[in-house]
Every structure is written in C-alpha cells, then in structure tokens.
Design a protein around this ligand. Structure first.
Ligand code: GAL
Length: 821
C-alpha cells in the first residue's frame, strides 16, 4: 500500500514536476521563470520527408532558432471523414519529438484552417458537401467538425506528453488563422460569434500553454493576438499585458505558375526583425524557414507551384540559402546578447532627425544597457554621434545593434556571411540517355460521351469530384437534325476554371486556361456533322483556392456554364441544360498506371516520333539513383503540364511550359525601401518551375521508375535526373573579424579562385583587386582552407604578416570552389 502511494506520488510528480510553465507579460515569454525572447521558424512537416527532418531541425538550431512552428494539415490527416492518417511525413508527433530531442520548442498552429498556399486552405474537401455546413463561421455542423479534429490533435499531443506543461516542446498553440483579415464585413455578427467560440473551445482544451490568434485585433482574452507581414514594428497587441509577437515574418514569397522567382534580401529580412525587437517585440517567426515542396496535389491555389521554396533561409532541398541563413544567425546571436535587458528593461527612444532613432533598453536593477540604432530612410545613409558612446555609420534602411549601447555588434545592411551558389549536375553515365516508353491515356469512353452518371445541368467540379482527382469530364451530344445553321458553329464554354480541353466527335479542338486560374471563356469554331455529335470537355483544377472570405465557395469547373453553340447570324443554342454525362478522373489514374506495381498491366510502347508532343499521354522510364547525398531533382525541361511519380510516389504537378513573364527582372536588387513580392524578382522569361525535387527517401538503392502523365504535350527526351551541388562560395570580412567559409554536405574546399586582403572591389563572381593588397593573400587562405569542409580565418594585419599595423580598415574577400570529397 505504501509502495503504491509512493508510486502514484512519483508518477504525479513526473507529470507535474518535469513540466515547463509557460507564461508571459508584455516584455517576455516566461518559461519556467526564465524571461525569454524567442526566434522561431516555420517548417511544415508534410513539405519535406521524415528522412529530411533531423537535418532541417539541426540547421534551424545551428541558425540560432529556439523554436519551430508548423501548421497541422487537416485535409491530409482526415482524407475521409473519421479515417485518419498520421503516417510517414504526416507523423507530426515524431516531428515534434525530433524537435524536442534537438532541444528546441514547438509552436503548433492547429488552425485547422491554415491558408498556407495549401490545397483548399487545409480543409478536407468532404467538409464542403456536408448538409447545412458553412465553413469558418458560426455554424454548428462546421464547428462540430472543427472541434472534433482540434480535440483529436490536442489529445494526441497530450498522450505523447508534448505540451510544455507536460515536459514537452510545445510552448504555444494557435487557433484559426488570420480570420481578422476577412471577418468584417463578410462574416458579420456570425463571424464575431465564431471567433468567440474558437477562443472558448480552444481554452476548454486545457493545454497548459498560451493560445494565440494571428491578425485578430479583437482576439478574446486571454488569447494573444499576433502580427503577420513583411514588417510588424508598428503592431501593438490588443492587451497591454500581451507580448508583441510576429507569427509570420515573410522571408520571401510563394510562387504561382507563370510567376518569377521571389527574392527578399537578407538585409531587408534582418532589418524587419531588428526593427521588430527595437520596437519591443519578443517573438519572431520566419515564414518560412524551410518552405519545401508541395508533393502530390497538396498545393493550394489556384495555380500554386509544386516548389514552395519561398526564398527561405533553408532552400527547397534543405540547403543553407546563403547569405540569408548566416546573416540571420548572426542577427539572432547579436539580439540574444541583450536578452536579459530586453526582457527586464525599460525602453526609450531618442530621435536623430526624421529617420534615425536610438532605442535604449535599460535594466534598472543591473544598470545594463542595450541599444538599437535605426535608420529607416530608404536612400540616405546616416552618421550618428552618440557622444561618449561613439559615432556610428548607419546605412540607409538598416539597424545597428549596440551591445552596452556603445559597441556595434551587428548592422542589418552589413552582410558578413558567405554567399553560396548551387549548380545542377548530371553525374550518372546510365542516366545520360533515359529510355522512354509511352502509353495513351485510355479515353474511348469519354470521347464517345460515356460517363458514369448524367444530369440536365452543368455541375460544379469539386462538389462532384470531392477533389479525388484534378480531372472532371463533361460530355453531351447534339443532334443537328440537318439544321444547316448548326454546322459551321462556334463552341463557347464559360468556365470557372482552371483548365479546359475540348473535343468534338473524338477530335481535339483546343485547350485554354485563365491567368492565375481565374474564370475564362473558351471559344473555338467547330464543324458539326449532320446527325449526332459528341462534345467532350475535360476540366482540370490546379490546386483549390486557399484564401479570402468564403474562398471555399468559389466554384470550379464549368459550373452552370453557360455553354453555347453560336451559329450564323449569332444564333445561340444553349446547351447548358442538355443531358450531360459525367466522369471523375482519368482511366489511367483509376488503373494506377503511375504505380510500378500495376503499370505492368499497361501496354507500354517504345518512344517514337508519334508519341512526342502528344496530349493525354503517359510516359515511363527508369533511372539510376545518383551517388552521394546531394539532393536529387528532375529537370522537366521540354514537358508541358501534368504530374510525375517516382516509384509510385507523386512528386507533384509539373508545368515547365508555363514561362514567367519577361518584364521587371533586373541584374541588381536594392535592399533599401519596403519589400513587396514583385520587388527584386528573378528568373524572367524562364519556366516558372523547371526543376522538381525527388527526395532521396523516394529512391531505391539502385534503379527507379519514373512515370509522367502529360496533359498538353511535351517531349520527355529532354527530361533528366540531376543533383544539386554546392559550387562557388564567397565570403567577405572586415579587419578585426573572422571570415568563415563552409561547403556543407560532405563537400570540401578544392580551389581558392580569388583572395585579397586589402581593399578589394566587386562582388561574388567578379571580385577584383583594389588599390592595394597583401600579395600572398591567396596562399594564406589556401593553407587554411584547401581540403577542408569549412575553415575560418582571423582577418587582421597580424595574421596577414603586416605586424601590428592598425587603422588599415582592410577587408578580406575570398571566392572558392567546393567539390565532392
Ligand atoms: C498568410 C497566411 C499563411 C500564408 C501566407 C502567405 O496570410 O497566414 O498561411 O498563406 O499568408 O504565404
């Protein structure tokens, strides 16, 4: 009996005593009494693979993050009502445990509406068809589903002891997502009631850590309202006792088919973060820290690309995106120097002219000081005289961090981190010439107008397909009865999108899509025969909409049309209430042609001239797994639009024939001035996405099967398997600091292409000697770096053999090459 009591007490203590207490005030997040500022970064677990997680988490930790933030993706976890999936890359519990093992915290944004450029904003599409449901408002059917799912996730976390209150890594949880942006006026009073219900429901789950709501200025207490954007320094939470939190600092932007590559400079992201902490912020989350890949059909829309690289500090494949990753790492370390003062101190501003501000944090107990000195002018640099504390050069649009208020430890516009440039290589002899076979998509039934069910109206696509497939067939027949006005006609289809292919009497007549996946009108002249004619229309979605008030109700497919035949004298025959026959999906999808296990059933034909540029065609090849550990990509150059599978796993939709516009790219990018997604774009005039990530865990140890479905016509002979490898790296460091170079991923420095200690000019790729330098600079660097994965060099006159020379204001720049060890 005594023993039992002891056991119970010990177990209770284990649950209670090892738990972390997470609370907050306006100056700090307080974890077990320790006053903290938190750097966090978004990594969405289904956008990478389990095998990639440990490395991504470690790189986040090395980058100076304290926490990793993720949404929970309802549609993936509950693909059919009450049938759950938490396997493989959906195993968020394992993801959280790995984060904890690495010593980091988790910020769990359940949503379960998530936006996130994710299909249908993360809602399972079956919700849409529930009788009486209205999403994201005060509707009982919806609220039941939301509560059931949220409770399930919370309970799973509780069971695995994942809340900080139980000794786990989760320090904060989010309910809903940016509802405040769309609530008024669209959802009216019901919206307000809904948000109150969300708060109450969340609180009732007793998770023992604070809940947050982002972009919700009326967040009910005690929920903390937080800010999302490119800059949040002007944000104030709705309760003076709440901490000022930046839940989404957009480090770049997402991409749609046809878009250029977004690029937000390291200088500007650092500026945004530094301004946020200068203005009293205590939590910053990078959205995204690793963007990753929208595998399968998970990309949102319409028209979100398969790559979700986001120009994040870790690129799509998990490589360090330098200098962004390194510049932010140094920023975190610099701000952390002041953590105690920032979280315990008072804050006061002193202005120098209209754009320069000195913000002083002062800890009255210890007398310590910590300062931010900002210059928000978009053009003009400033030199600020702080008298006894020194004189500082603050470039335009930058913030200096002054430790002790008298020592510059960092400036957001002075980048000392290395730049890394990656190259794509085709390195397996066996993969040089892939040998392809093809098979036509079986369309006999649909071209003849035979579907699975019929109706006298034009149906909305997702309601019928429940997003089981991108594809939905609309078929009808038209009897001309010898009417001559119906022979030379124009077929007009009004569709809500996203893509339409039309066939008349089994012959293809044309395809079309609207820009950004909007509604469009398809019009093509057709020649009808006398008697019965078959019209076959194939509508395809390209990612379901994920954002805006009532986005879930935005129709897809031909939905009501109208569809007309327009004859001589503009005489219109309305086909909208004809008898339409319907079919969901492709026959190839039903037969799982993409799955090597079943693809034997298909009669594959060796590639021939006839099969190149052919619409609605399957292609198959095999390739050898590239050696090494570098990330693997498919170069899809030459293909049109479709989906690709490696060993039966979908690597996502491809659409390399969609070319980004040729305007508005420029060779230079000025980091100064407010960022927006069309600033500094790159990749004009090229495919908006040419390369597609094939995670190594999708590959076998030797030979792999690649199967493509091509919808609009392409040439697979240009497709190749490549690896992404680090090529040139460059670094720059000023007198008195340390220059660091690193190749990463098992590569070593093989050549120093340029090194100059002096006053070199130019930038990575085109460095030049300045008016003076130390002649053996390169030799010196070679000695320290050749053959090493990383090296660091003390940048001082002494180490470069100039003795105790002072006031040199020299710097060292290096350009090196990395190679496989
Ligand atoms: C926010 C949203 C995120 C993501 C982001 C843009 O509005 O909360 O989920 O969609 O925009 O990338």
């Amino acid at each position: 009996m005594f023993k039992l009591q002891w056991l119970v007490a010990t177990l209770a203590c284990l649950t209670f005593c090892i738990g972390d207490n997470v609370s907050y005030d306006s100056n700090a997040i307080i974890i077990n009494g320790e006053r903290r500022i938190i750097f966090s970064g978004s990594i969405h677990y289904p956008r990478s693979t389990e095998a990639m997680w440990p490395d991504l988490i470690q790189k986040a930790k090395d980058g100076g993050l304290d926490a990793i933030e993720t949404y929970i993706f309802w549609d993936r976890h509950e693909p059919q009502r009450r049938k759950y999936d938490f396997s493989g890359r959906l195993d968020f519990i394992k993801f959280f445990q790995l984060i904890q093992d690495a010593g980091l915290y988790v910020v769990m944004r359940i949503g379960p509406y998530v936006c996130a450029e994710w299909n249908y904003g993360g809602f399972p599409v079956w919700l849409h068809n529930m009788p009486g449901i209205q999403l994201r408002t005060n509707n009982q059917v919806y609220k039941n589903e939301m509560q059931t799912f949220t409770t399930k996730i919370v309970n799973m976390c509780k069971q695995a002891n994942l809340f900080a209150s139980q000794g786990g890594p989760i320090i904060l949880a989010q309910i809903e997502n940016e509802y405040g942006n769309v609530m008024t006026p669209a959802y009216g009073d019901a919206g307000k009631a809904y948000i109150n219900w969300c708060a109450q429901m969340a609180e009732s789950l007793n998770i023992g850590v604070p809940w947050i709501m982002c972009q919700q200025s009326d967040a009910p207490q005690p929920i903390i309202n937080t800010c999302n954007g490119f800059y949040c320094d002007n944000f104030t939470p709705n309760n003076p006792k709440s901490p000022k939190m930046f839940t989404e600092n957009w480090v770049g932007w997402f991409k749609k088919w046809g878009d250029k590559d977004p690029y937000r400079t390291a200088e500007d992201v650092a500026f945004s973060v530094a301004r946020f902490f200068q203005s009293g912020g205590i939590f910053n989350n990078y959205y995204m820290y690793h963007g990753g890949t929208n595998f399968g059909r998970t990309s949102g829309g319409p028209f979100i690309t398969t790559s979700y690289d986001y120009n994040a500090p870790l690129d799509e494949y998990g490589n360090l995106n330098q200098p962004k990753w390194g510049h932010l790492k140094q920023l975190h370390a610099s701000i952390k120097l002041g953590e105690k003062i920032l979280t315990n101190g008072t804050r006061s501003d002193q202005n120098f002219g209209s754009s320069a501000t000195l913000t002083k944090f002062f800890n009255p107990t210890t007398g310590e000081r910590f300062c931010f000195l900002s210059n928000t002018d978009g053009k003009n640099d400033a030199t600020i005289d702080l008298q006894a504390d020194g004189k500082y050069f603050v470039p335009a649009w930058s913030v200096s961090i002054l430790d002790g208020c008298n020592k510059e430890v960092y400036n957001t516009a002075k980048v000392n981190s290395q730049t890394s440039m990656f190259v794509k290589e085709q390195n397996e002899k066996e993969n040089a010439q892939l040998s392809w076979a093809w098979a036509p998509e079986p369309m006999k039934d649909t071209l003849q107008g035979n579907g699975k069910f019929a109706a006298n109206l034009l149906l909305e696509q997702k309601r019928v397909t429940v997003d089981f497939s991108d594809y939905f067939w609309y078929m009808t027949s038209v009897d001309t009865n010898g009417t001559s006005s119906l022979q030379n006609v124009t077929l007009q289809v009004n569709t809500k999108g996203h893509v339409l292919h039309a066939f008349v009497n089994k012959r293809y007549i044309g395809s079309q899509w609207g820009s950004n996946g909007q509604s469009f009108v398809f019009e093509k002249p057709v020649l009808l025969k006398s008697g019965t004619n078959t019209i076959t229309l194939l509508s395809a979605t390209v990612g379901l909409k994920n954002y805006d008030a009532f986005y879930d109700m935005v129709p897809t497919g031909i939905d009501g049309g109208p569809i007309y035949l327009i004859g001589d004298g503009n005489v219109k025959t309305d086909l909208s209430s004809n008898l339409w026959s319907y079919k969901v999906g492709l026959n190839g999808e039903m037969k799982q042609i993409y799955n090597p296990m079943f693809s034997q059933r298909t009669n594959w034909i060796a590639l021939n001239q006839k099969s190149i540029g052919r619409r609605m065609t399957w292609y198959k090849t095999s390739f050898k797994t590239p050696g090494g550990i570098d990330p693997v990509v498919l170069d899809m150059q030459g293909m049109g639009k479709g989906q690709a599978w490696v060993n039966g796993q979908s690597i996502g939709r491809f659409w390399p024939s969609f070319i980004a516009g040729n305007d508005s790219c420029s060779a230079t990018c000025d980091y100064r001035g407010a960022y927006n997604p069309s600033k500094c774009v790159q990749n004009c005039g090229n495919p908006s996405q040419r390369w597609y990530h094939v995670p190594r865990s999708f590959l076998s140890s030797n030979t792999n099967t690649l199967i493509l479905f091509e919808e609009i016509g392409g040439n697979p002979q240009h497709v190749s398997v490549q690896t992404i490898t680090i090529g040139t790296i460059c670094a720059n460091a000023n007198e008195g600091s340390t220059l660091e170079l690193s190749c990463q991923g098992g590569h070593v420095i093989s050549e120093i292409q340029f090194a100059s200690y002096g006053n070199p000019e130019g930038k990575c790729g085109s460095f030049k000697q300045g008016s003076w330098d130390v002649t053996n600079s390169a030799l010196f660097v070679e000695k320290a770096c050749i053959g090493m994965e990383s090296c660091s060099i003390d940048v001082s006159a002494k180490s470069f053999g100039l003795g105790d020379a002072t006031n040199l204001s020299a710097r060292l720049v290096v350009q090196a090459l990395c190679a496989q060890n």
